[in-house]
Design a protein around this ligand. Structure first.
Ligand code: NAD
Length: 357
């Protein structure tokens, strides 16, 4: 079967790391008998330079007509002084909204070979970190009514958090389904002791529970979750939460694994079309030097195979190859730590991974 993939290489290191992911996908295709066809799509700073806007309509159309989208990263100092509506980041929001992506999925995995990179105490790191944070992406306080005014005590501003039962149900189901495919443990995070929207969140999650009797479900308040993530991250399997709480907790979870160059992400909607990207940005400081770590993007390709194309064996093959090269001591500069090994460049690391597939 042929899968059509839109490639949004973007800016900075984006093109280098996407090229690595394409090599890996091609090797997987050859090994397992699939073919992948690619269309380059302009978005971000490079689109501003070429067309004057961060997300040309043709780019949106190509993404919508594809089976899936892979994104490198967008942005850089060259475009930082442009007005808000012309900033490269607008391309990401525009794509998420056009593709109706409402769930952001971020695994945080500490590879055995990289325990020394973990900023937590070694005893905690050795217990392992292997969790997934599912963040609601299109509702909540980031999209609620907001404004400013002047009251009796002076100027004020407000933002509102609004969630409907249907929004909570659809993200909640993704949480339960994901837990069923993993260790069958789901933690729903809210602030139900204070917020009405969180109380509705909790009630809705409880109503869903009966559909997934095999899943060990628990509620946790967000302040406690922030503590538990650094106290005992091994207690978490799948975590589901609202837009703002997920924004904050997913960054915390990424940090405790040691390197942003290793972590993939997926944004999903109702169908199988998704957008897959590393969690890091365009790293302008190292762009063009051939030293970027391609692993986050290669693991994003594995997520695409698993979630958009339902190719679990092929995704496992990529994840195992990455784990194997890390176990052998292969390191790019960002994950060198105290190692005396010579750091590998982007293409050398990619080559090592290809050899394991
Ligand atoms: P960044 O993630 O690009 O870089 C932070 C640090 O991590 C830098 O020192 C960088 O060299 C390093 N780094 C990042 N990815 C790496 C990799 N794969 N290998 C080795 N080292 C890596 O964050 P930033 O510097 O805050 O942002 C740079 C630009 O990226 C900004 O314009 C920002 O708006 C944009 N950005 C884009 C996205 C996206 O496209 N999804 C996300 C975050 C930031």
């Amino acid at each position: 079967m042929n899968y059509k993939i839109a490639l949004v290489k973007g800016d900075g290191i984006g093109p280098e790391i996407i090229d690595s992911a394409v090599l890996v996908l091609n090797k997987i295709g050859a090994k397992f008998g699939h073919s992948f066809s690619y269309t380059d799509v302009l978005a971000g700073g490079c689109a501003i330079d070429a067309t004057g806007v961060p997300l040309p309509e043709e780019s949106v159309r190509t993404c919508l007509e594809s089976d899936s989208v892979m994104l490198g990263a967008v942005g850089g100092p060259k475009w930082d002084t442009l007005p808000g509506h012309l900033r490269p980041e607008k391309a990401l929001l525009g794509l998420r909204s056009a593709m109706k992506l409402y769930a952001n999925i971020r695994p945080a995995v500490l590879h055995r070979a990289l325990v020394s990179e973990c900023p937590l105490k070694s005893g905690i790191a050795e217990e392992g970190i292997d969790l997934i944070i599912i963040r609601e992406l299109t509702g909540g306080i980031y999209f609620g009514e907001s404004g400013r005014g002047v009251g009796e005590t002076g100027p004020y501003a407000f933002d509102t958090e609004l969630y409907s039962v249907s929004e909570i149900e659809r993200i909640g189901r993704i949480g339960f389904e994901m837990a069923m495919k993993r260790r069958k443990k789901l933690t729903s995070i809210d602030k139900a002791n204070v917020l009405e929207s969180s109380r509705l969140w909790r009630e809705t999650m409880h109503a869903l529970r009966s559909e997934y009797p095999e899943v060990e479900y628990s509620d946790m308040l967000v302040d406690n979750a922030a503590m538990q993530l650094v106290r005992k991250p091994s207690q978490f399997d799948v975590v589901v939460t609202s837009n703002m709480f997920g924004d904050i907790l997913s960054d915390e979870a990424s940090m405790i694994t040691g390197s942003i160059g290793l972590l993939p992400s997926a944004s999903l909607g109702t169908g199988t079309l998704g957008m897959y990207e590393p969690i890091h940005g365009s790293a302008p400081d190292i762009a063009g030097k051939g030293v970027a770590n391609p692993i986050a993007t290669i693991l994003s390709a594995a997520m695409m195979l698993r979630f958009s194309f339902n190719l679990a064996k092929e995704a496992d093959c990529i994840e195992n190859a990455v784990a194997a090269v890390l176990a052998e001591g292969a390191r790019t500069a960002d994950i060198l730590g105290d190692s005396k090994a010579k750091p590998l460049g982007t293409s050398e690391m990619t080559e090592r991974i290809l050899q394991k597939i």
